[in-house]
Design a protein around this ligand. Structure first.
Ligand code: SF4
Length: 455
C-alpha cells in the first residue's frame, strides 16, 4: 500500500513536471496557480500576500518583467496596488558615444534606487554595452529594438525587412532584456486618423517616427503590427514583457487626447489581449505632454481600453514652455498620473528637448521622478508609504542632521547644501539662524529658558 502511494506520488510529480515544461513566463505560472520566486520577492517588497501578486499577474494587472536570462535581476512588480516604479533612460547615441559616461549614469541610477534602466543605445557596439549592463544590473532592463535596428543592422532604413526587425527583437530577448518597447499600435488605421485630423507637433516618438518613415517608404503595414504574433512567440520564449509603445503620444499639450492618440490606444487595447492570450506580460506606454486637467481622465481611459494593464507614462509634461526645467513639468504631471492610475513613471531630465542628458541631468531627473512617484504613493494611502517621511520629520524636529541626510532621496545633495553654509549656532541652519523654530520650541518643551543671543 505504502509502495503504491509512493509510486502515485512519483507519477503525479512526473505529470506536474511534464505540464510545467510549457510554463515559461510569470503569467504562465500565475495562471497555473504557481507562485514563483519572483512573485514571492515582489510580495515581500510590497508587504503583500504572495497569492495576491500571483492573482494580479494571472489577470495581467501586474507585470513582473524578468527575462529568464537576467540572473542578476532583483524582480519588481508593476501594477495596481503596488508602489509606483521609476525608470531611467540612458545609452550611447551617434553624437555622444562615450560608454564611460553612460556607465556613470548607470551608477547614479542604481545608487538612487531606479527600478528600471532603459538602454536606448542606437549606435556602435550596442550589444556589448547591453550585455554588460544586464550582467551587472539588479534593476530591470528595457530596450527599444527599433532604435537599435538602424545601428545593429547597418542598413539604410528602407532596406530593412520585417525579418530583420524580428531578428533584432530576438537578439535583445536572448541577451536578457526584461521588457521591450514595441510600437505595434500605430497601424494604417491610426495613420489615417493622423492624416485626417492633423497635429501641431506631428509624431514625436523616435521609434514611431522611424516606423512611420519605413511605412511611407515601403508602402507596407507597420511590421511590428503585421508580425505581432511572431514577436509574441519570441518574447514568450524568454519571458520578455511587451511594453506597447505609444508612437502617437502627444508632443505638445495642444495635441493631447486627440484622435491620433486615442485611435492608437484603442489598437493597443486589442494588442494587450492578444499578448495575454499568448502568455506574454504587458505594460502600456502613455503620454507625453498633457494639460493637468486631462491627466486623470486619460489614466482612467487607458485602464478601461487596455483592460487594466499596467500603465507606464513619460511625464506627462504639463506645460510646453520650460526647456531646462522639464524634470519639473514632468514631475508635476507624473505625480498626478501616478495618483490616478499610472503604475510606472519614466524619468524626464532638465535636458529634455535640448540634448542627451549628462550625469548630473540624470541625477536631477531621477530624483524629481522619484519624488513624483513617492508623492503619489502617499496620496494613494499605500501601507507604509509615509513611514520614511515620518522618520524624516522626527529627525527634523530633533535637528538630527546625519539622520536627515540618510533619509533624504538624494543624501549627497542634501549634505552638500548644508555643508556649503555652516550655521553660526549649534542645532540650527543658516535659514533662520538663532531664530531656529525647532531649537526654540525644543528648548521650551525641555523646560528650559530661551536666550536667543547666547544659545
Ligand atoms: S534654522 Fe530654520 S530651517 Fe534650519 S533647522 Fe532651524 S527651523 Fe529648520
Amino acid at each position: 500500500m505504502a509502495q503504491t502511494h509512493a509510486s502515485n506520488q512519483q507519477s503525479q510529480t512526473q505529470l506536474r513536471n511534464e505540464s510545467e515544461k510549457h510554463l515559461v513566463t510569470q503569467i504562465d505560472f500565475a495562471r497555473a496557480g504557481i507562485v514563483t520566486e519572483q512573485m514571492k520577492h515582489v510580495a515581500q517588497h510590497e508587504n503583500l500576500d504572495p497569492d495576491v501578486i500571483r492573482q494580479g499577474v494571472a489577470t495581467g494587472q501586474i507585470a513582473i518583467p524578468a527575462n529568464i536570462h537576467h540572473s542578476s535581476l532583483v524582480p519588481v512588480g508593476v501594477g495596481d496596488g503596488l508602489t509606483t516604479k521609476v525608470n531611467v533612460n540612458l545609452g550611447i547615441s551617434g553624437d555622444m558615444a562615450d560608454a564611460d559616461v553612460e556607465w556613470q549614469k548607470v551608477e547614479v541610477a542604481l545608487e538612487l534606487g531606479a527600478h528600471a534602466i532603459m538602454d536606448l543605445s542606437n549606435s556602435g557596439k550596442t550589444q556589448a554595452f547591453r550585455r554588460e549592463l544586464i550582467e551587472c544590473s539588479p534593476a530591470m532592463i528595457g530596450t527599444v529594438p527599433m532604435y537599435d535596428a538602424i545601428g545593429y543592422l547597418e542598413k539604410a532604413l528602407i532596406a530593412i525587412t520585417p525579418e530583420d526587425y524580428l531578428e533584432v527583437v530576438r537578439t535583445h530577448a536572448k541577451d536578457g532584456v526584461d521588457f521591450v518597447t514595441i510600437h505595434a499600435g500605430m497601424n494604417r488605421r491610426v495613420l489615417e486618423s493622423f492624416r485626417e485630423t492633423g497635429r501641431l507637433t506631428n509624431i514625436v516618438s523616435r521609434g514611431g517616427s522611424l516606423i512611420f518613415a519605413w511605412m511611407e517608404a515601403t508602402g507596407r503595414e507597420n511590421p511590428f503590427y503585421e508580425f505581432y504574433d511572431e514577436i509574441l512567440e519570441i518574447l514568450h520564449e524568454h519571458d520578455v514583457t511587451i511594453s506597447l509603445g505609444d508612437a502617437m503620444r502627444p508632443g505638445s499639450t495642444y495635441d493631447a487626447s486627440d484622435a491620433s492618440q486615442i485611435a492608437e490606444l484603442i489598437e493597443i487595447g486589442k494588442l494587450t489581449k492578444r499578448a495575454w492570450d499568448k502568455g506574454v506580460q504587458v505594460m502600456v506606454e502613455g503620454p507625453g505632454h498633457m494639460a493637468l486637467d486631462e491627466i486623470e481622465a486619460n489614466m482612467k481611459m487607458e485602464k478601461l481600453l487596455c483592460h487594466g494593464a499596467p500603465f507606464y507614462v513619460l511625464g506627462p509634461l504639463v506645460a510646453d514652455i520650460a526647456p531646462g526645467y522639464d524634470h519639473i513639468t514632468a514631475a508635476i504631471g507624473g505625480a498626478l498620473a501616478a495618483s490616478s492610475g499610472a503604475n510606472f513613471l519614466c524619468y524626464v531630465t532638465p535636458a529634455e528637448h535640448l540634448r542627451l542628458p549628462d550625469v548630473n541631468d540624470v541625477r536631477e531627473g531621477l530624483v524629481a521622478t522619484l519624488i513624483a512617484a513617492h508623492a503619489a504613493d502617499i496620496a494613494r494611502g499605500l501601507p507604509g508609504a509615509r513611514e520614511r517621511d515620518n522618520r524624516m520629520s522626527d529627525a527634523r524636529r530633533r535637528v538630527a542632521w546625519d539622520e536627515m541626510f540618510d533619509l533624504a532621496l538624494d543624501p549627497v545633495k542634501a549634505r552638500t547644501y548644508f555643508d556649503s553654509a555652516p550655521p553660526a549656532h549649534d542645532g540650527t541652519c543658516t535659514m533662520c539662524g538663532k531664530m531656529c523654530a525647532m531649537r526654540t520650541v525644543n528648548t521650551i518643551m525641555d523646560g528650559l529658558a530661551i536666550d536667543l543671543d547666547t544659545q
